[in-house]
Design a protein around this ligand. Structure first.
Ligand SMILES: [Zn+2]
Length: 137
């Protein structure tokens, strides 16, 4: 059920070693830790213990530029954001509920608005400019 650092790097640590700084490694470890706290809280609250695939973890610059609509300020570039598979929106819905928002605040995660992420769930370990727990990029 937990994601691993290898899941998060998606082999890109081997493909783009020159871009992978120590700071990104530290950020990525924290992101993975917090995502796992979130998945644990979600499973406990809903009984849904299925594994979640990482759709997008760390994005080196060249990868990020290929992602449609992705910003140059994307937290994926710094290892501070993670997209989890959420094909039916169940994780997004729970995250945006009162119980989910409490957990996000406790863990230290911010959620991209579910309307903007139809088949995945984007969380990040740093607040957006607005400071809102649920934000639109
Ligand atoms: Zn994302």
């Amino acid at each position: 059920m937990k994601i691993t650092l290898a899941d998060y790097f998606m082999g890109r640590d081997a493909d783009f070693p020159e871009e992978l700084t120590d700071q990104i490694r530290v950020n990525a470890a924290l992101t993975v830790e917090r995502v796992n706290y979130l998945l644990e809280a979600y499973a406990k609250a809903t009984g849904d213990t299925r594994a979640r695939k990482v759709n997008s973890g760390w994005r080196p610059l060249a990868v990020n530029m290929r992602v449609r609509g992705s910003a140059m300020t994307s937290r994926h570039l710094t290892g501070q954001a993670c997209d989890l598979d959420d094909f039916n929106g169940s994780l997004d819905r729970w995250c945006a509920s009162k119980a989910g928002l409490d957990e996000l605040a406790r863990i230290g995660l911010w959620l991209e608005h579910p309307d903007a992420t139809p088949t995945w769930c984007h969380v990040q370990t740093v607040p957006p400019r607005s400071g809102n727990r649920v934000f639109r990029p």
